[in-house]
Design a protein around this ligand. Structure first.
Ligand code: GLA
Length: 532
């Protein structure tokens, strides 16, 4: 073990506290059930049904018109036209109806020249209706004239693989221009959803309120499981916005168990909750699930956190997040079994930093289960999840910080990380949790940062890093923005090695950053904190 001892006096870094931009959007969207086959009466009928079922009273507020309303573009004036038979009176009466119910209205467009419906659903009337070159004009129409409150901006027109015109644009540039055009309308509080089908990169946080992190959902367990899997290690990027897991398929053809898992995981992972079924035909079970206020409270929790993976044994996962109070003794926990057979999942309270007696409340059953010590086990059916509030006597300081819960400034999923030199979370069975952070280093932003390292009283700690090094590598450790301490990591062969740094942490939140601006870094499994 390579031990380098150094005491750093911590510096307070600005912006360390979690600040949610807003809670995730809740509402309904037309795409999953109707694709481009929408109309004014259909949309208004769904808005009426939302209110009739009291869904608005538990937080569902948005009625979002997805693709299918376009009627082309006037070649002389550039004005966006609305579909003449689907919306013969235009969009204004629809928006006004939605608003008259006390709801908010959402619309859809594309960052490029034409939309996905034109390219993939043969909606030929929708040629040249994207925002490209019409940002100011269209935003004025959507948010000024028509009064929409939200927009989802797709990317079929922006990437050559997706459009018939073979056009490609830079997504960051396109979405920044669109955000500026939205701001230029002078209306505050407008919400932008970026639909780029993978986590686009940390720039998105400055631009959007939510962002899709996966390709399109479909009504199959395979799709639900795939989206959850892709979102398991994105909790660090959800702090000031929301990883959008896509519109809900709840209430369509999944089994009841799968519907519960789908809804429960979207709630605890703080995804937007956009109902995607026909709300005029809701089964009582579906309505009960969609109106489960204890699960919705996890989603709408003002801390705005996404649950992270606290442990991963076999095929099952324990996910956890703080609710109500940061570092309080009350935590939301999901025991998730994506496999095809039932499995007993054990929640070790030490993994979620609770101690003493822990009271468990089942949020699907709305039932207190009693108090437990050390651990709690339950059989979780195939494709199932159990979600609880766990309230301990004591909230302990977290001692294990997995790399897959950390923030990597250059992290993105649009381009092959090896080709563009950005870091990635990679499976590795030798690592705890089965995942490591790899491809780090070579530039200042290709770092890894645990942004919320909590010390109750502050003081001296040993920071132990489990790393893998193919050859002799180096990294620097900086605490709270202080000077970097060089750590030399000798070749770890085919396994892991541990290197340590002593540091003084401040009482409260601390940031620990590993970086190497000029060379490849070791791969990182986790950091452990040992109080001295
Ligand atoms: C893309 C989006 C979907 C939907 C369709 C509309 O596929 O990812 O969510 O908006 O376009 O055409």
């Amino acid at each position: 073990m390579n031990m380098i001892r150094c005491i750093l006096s911590g510096l307070v870094m600005s912006g360390l506290m979690v600040a949610a931009k807003d809670v995730p959007v809740m509402g309904w969207s037309s795409w999953n059930t109707y694709r481009v086959n929408i109309s004014d009466s259909l949309i208004m009928g769904q808005a009426d049904a939302m209110v009739r079922h009291g869904l608005d009273s538990v937080g569902y507020r948005f009625i979002n018109i997805d693709d299918g309303y376009f009627g082309g573009r006037d070649t002389a004036t550039g004005e966006l036209l609305i579909h003449p038979t689907r919306f013969p009176g235009g969009l204004k009466p629809v928006v006004d109806h939605i608003h008259s119910l006390g709801l908010r209205a959402g619309i859809y467009s594309d960052a490029g020249v034409s939309t996905c419906g034109f390219n993939w659903d043969n909606d030929t009337i929708a040629r040249n209706v994207g925002l490209y070159g019409h940002e100011i004009q269209d935003c004025r129409m959507f948010f000024g004239d028509l009064g929409f409150d939200f927009i989802k901006v797709d990317y079929c027109g922006g990437t050559a693989r997706q459009n018939k015109d073979h056009l490609s644009f830079d997504p960051e540039e396109r979405y920044r221009i669109i955000r500026e055009a939205m701001d230029a309308t002078g209306r505050g509080g407008l919400l932008l959803n970026v639909c780029r089908w993978d986590y686009p990169g940390t720039w998105v946080d400055e631009v959007a309120d939510s962002w899709r992190m996966s390709t399109d959902i479909n009504c199959s367990w395979r799709s639900i499981e795939n989206i959850i899997r892709q979102n398991l290690y994105l909790s660090a990027y959800a702090e000031r916005g929301h990883n959008d897991m896509d519109m809900l398929e709840v209430g369509r053809t999944l089994t009841d168990e799968e519907d519960r898992t789908h809804f429960g995981m979207w709630c605890i992972m703080s995804s937007p909750l956009l109902i995607g079924c026909d709300m005029t035909q809701l089964r009582p079970e579906t309505l009960r699930l969609l109106k489960n206020t204890e699960l919705i409270a996890l989603n709408q929790d003002p801390l705005g956190l996404q649950a992270y993976v606290a442990s991963h044994d076999g095929e099952t996962y324990v996910l956890v997040k703080d609710v109500d109070e940061l570092y309080g003794a009350s935590r939301a926990v999901a025991l998730y079994n994506p496999s095809d057979s039932p499995d007993t999942v054990t929640l070790r309270f030490s993994d979620i930093d609770l101690d003493g007696k822990v009271r468990m409340r089942d949020l699907f059953e709305h039932k207190d289960l009693g108090s437990f010590e050390d651990e709690f086990s339950v059989e979780v059916p195939a494709h199932g999840v159990r979600i609880y509030r766990a309230v301990g006597d004591i909230r302990k300081e977290r001692s294990v910080y997995e790399a897959e819960t950390a923030y990597m400034t250059a992290y993105q999923e649009l381009y092959n990380p090896v080709a563009v030199g950005t870091a990635a979370y990679m499976p590795d069975s030798l690592c705890s949790g089965g995942v490591k952070a790899a491809n780090l280093g070579y530039r200042p932003d290709n770092d890894i940062v645990w942004r919320h390292v909590r010390s109750e009283y502050g003081g001296g700690y040993e920071l132990q890093f489990a790393v893998m090094s193919d050859g002799d590598r180096e990294m620097y450790v900086s605490v709270n923005g202080g000077p970097g301490t060089l750590v030399k990591v000798p070749d770890s062969g085919s396994g892991l090695s541990t290197v340590s740094v002593d540091a003084d942490l401040l009482p409260g939140d601390n940031a620990v950053r590993l970086y190497n601006d000029g060379a490849v870094m070791p791969e990182v499994d986790k950091m452990e904190l040992v109080k001295k």
